[in-house]
Design a protein around this ligand. Sequence first.
Ligand code: ZN
Length: 410
Amino acid sequence: MEISKKPWPILSVCGFKTRIDTNPDFQRPAVWSLGQKQLLVDTILRGYDIPKLYWRKVSKSPEKYEVVDGQQRLRTIFEFHSGDFNLAKDADDIDGVVVAKMHYADLPEDLRLQFDNYPLDVIVLTDTSEDEVREMFLRLQNGTSLKAQEKRNAMPGKMRSFIKDLSKHPFFTRVGFADSRFTYDLVAAQMTAIELNGGPCHVRNSNLNAMYEAQMDFDAAGTKARKIRRVLEYLAQVFTEKTPELERYSVISLYALVSQCLETYVMQGKQDALRNWFLQFEANRRTQDDMPADKADPELLAYKERTSHSTDAQDSIQWRHEFLLRKFFEAVPDIEQKDNQRLFSHEQRLAIFRRDGCICQVRLKCQGVKCEWDAWQADHKTPWSQGGKTTVENGQVACPECNAAKGGNP
Ligand SMILES: [Zn+2]
């Protein structure tokens, strides 16, 4: 990554605004209020300092940029310059000149020149990867959250050493994000929190801080610690090489998925199936970005929504977890429960129900009736008593009447 800094007069920047993407996909679509916009213009007209802008150069000839940080500021400048809004009606005079309610074109020449020549501090990033840009964006937006892990690393106790050690696991060499500011420690801590909780939970900084404090005497050789290493070991078998699709939020989700599946299912030999499903899922959901909203898959849109903000909140992780589990079981339907249990698990039932479109497949007493979620049975196609497996593949939706008609042979 190459970084250069230069002051750029507003007028020149306005001259090539069509080459600047002020809304790349890692930015949030928040919109400034009119008051915020007016305040920025007022600041510029008074010659006060405004924060630096960060642009990523995405094309050399013609030169094109996307805005990493400063999107709202730049849009506001463009809008004021093209006369889209005026200054506030109660704006104070500037150097004795009345500016209240003025549009750009109404300003006296001196003030227009002040605006046109105002130097924007632009930091241009060249040869930057998507990951580096995201990383920089995160830091600029929320530097404190990244500093938090640095602080935790300075905390005493056995949890700290356990997490430090975990962050050196080979699995982390396969993920798609960099280890800047101890990101691997952060993710290792989040995995540990999920494991200690027995499933998805809040994994924000405050929650992780509390965990470090409560677990000062954490047993790095205990059952939980061994389970965490077992999950990472499995993930390292699934992802044997660098995988750019492994973003921070998907790593957390995959951890929760594998952790739960290792408890209940025979996962030996399913490593390739898990990788292939995950890569296919990622490829599929990325195609949704180019589709008009009414053509896109609403579930994948909801998933994307939950990967774009509040990704460390319990409800977001829980929702993604249940969705991914169902998708995984739909895609790999031959996963068996350990000891071939007779009862279908929740995630198997979900996958069967969605795959069969909620419709009774048995059709002994009905013509294929639509079932409600709380009134259907998961039926073994090949009966369990005859060696049929409790898998999504061998399961089907049965309405209560058909299930009763099959009689004691579910
Ligand atoms: Zn039926």
